[in-house]
Design a protein around this ligand. Structure first.
Ligand code: NAD
Length: 330
């Protein structure tokens, strides 16, 4: 199939070309994101391949459908950036990669926790400058702490197991409980209980109308004083302004985020020579107890291999009129 890739970086080209055996599909890589302004680039293609911050809204769908696009292949798990109703109305199939190395994101959430807690990033910089002082680098033992997990699907489950391995008590909230996790020692509770009892809260649910701003002034006020909040899921799960207020009062003692509600204008770009116009992220960056990474939870070799393999196989299934096992239906 002739596939137009959007928001592509060098690693997308590398992995997709590597796994596109015998050049089965004809891949064209655009660096620009897909949105209604760039949708005209899809003329002459049959499929688009998009990532987390492409905007496949009604307007974009109108244009790509008129251009003959028949399938949208998301090279990610989340699908909050596509208007499924509009896609259905144009008979556009939407495919995704529901599961690729969930350990990649779960392990990144753990990296955020360990870095925030043991301040390895600060210690590293001190030592490089010949400063071997350990003043103000005190951490806490993870063992024995209570970790709250919101969303125990593939990534959340992997994260629960890691936390159990650290000797933590793991509380979880999900609309669907996992028997396997319960057997391993995870205790499911109401959301409020998880918020009240946890020393660390990690978000692993998808972004939906029900979960949007699940962390807000009201929910933050229920959390323990000095709680550590981790978000590797989707930025809009947290009301960032409310989180800033919580950080200023100390109610939030640490915050580690790999995602940010307005990340589309910032992430995956080198803006080191630009003036950041987003005052909310600029304030977040200024806190000594906030750690931000630019949506790289997924970014391991294993995950990139799986993303490329599954996305290409999704496209082949569509082309060969096979069952679309990874189709998202509205
Ligand atoms: P999944 O579908 O396996 O699990 C999601 C879980 O959330 C399910 O158990 C589901 O029941 C639960 N859930 C749904 N609605 C809920 C609600 N209202 N309240 C509580 N729980 C709810 O998904 P996954 O593979 O574990 O991925 C989770 C999320 O992680 C994705 O939606 C995506 O946004 C994010 N993600 C981030 C990265 C990254 O690089 N940072 C990479 C992949 C995925």
């Amino acid at each position: 199939m002739k596939v137009a890739f959007f928001s592509t970086k060098s690693y997308d080209k590398e992995y997709f070309n590597k796994f596109n055996h015998e050049n089965f599909h004809e891949l064209t890589f655009f660096e620009v994101p897909l949105n209604h302004q760039t949708a005209s680039l899809t003329a002459g293609f049959e499929a688009v391949c998009v990532f987390v911050n492409d905007e496949i809204d009604e307007k974009t769908i109108e244009i790509i459908s008129a251009n003959g696009i028949k399938v949208v292949a998301l090279r990610c798990a989340g699908f909050n950036n596509i208007d499924l109703k509009s896609a259905k109305s144009k008979n556009l199939k939407v495919l995704r990669v529901p599961a690729y190395s969930p350990e990649s994101v779960a392990e990144h959430a753990t990296a955020l926790i360990l870095t925030l807690n043991r301040k390895t990033h600060k210690a590293y910089n001190r030592v490089r400058e010949g400063n071997f002082s350990i003043e103000n680098l005190t951490g806490f033992n993870l063992s024995g702490k209570t970790v709250g997990v919101i969303g125990t699907g593939l990534i959340g489950a992997s994260f629960c197991k890691i936390m159990l391995g650290f000797g933590c008590k793991v509380l979880a909230y999900d609309i669907q409980e996992s028997v396997d996790l319960k057997e391993k020692g995870v205790q499911y509770k109401k959301l409020e209980e998880v918020l009240i009892q946890s020393n660390i809260i990690s978000l692993h649910c998808p972004l939906t109308p029900e979960t949007a701003h699940i962390v807000n002034a009201g929910s933050i006020s229920k959390m323990k004083d000095g709680v550590m909040l981790i978000n590797t899921s989707r930025g809009a799960l947290i009301n960032a302004q409310d989180a800033i207020d919580g950080l200023k009062t100390g109610q939030i003692g640490y915050m580690g985020i790999d995602v940010y509600e307005q990340e589309a204008d910032l992430f995956f770009q080198d803006l080191s020579e630009s003036v950041i116009q987003d005052d909310v992220i600029a304030r977040l960056i200024s806190f000594p107890n906030v750690l931000i990474t630019g949506h790289l939870g997924f970014f391991t070799k294993e995950a990139l291999e799986e993303i490329a393999t599954i996305t290409l196989s999704n496209l082949s299934d569509f082309e060969n009129v096979l069952m679309l096992k990874n189709e998202i239906k509205s």
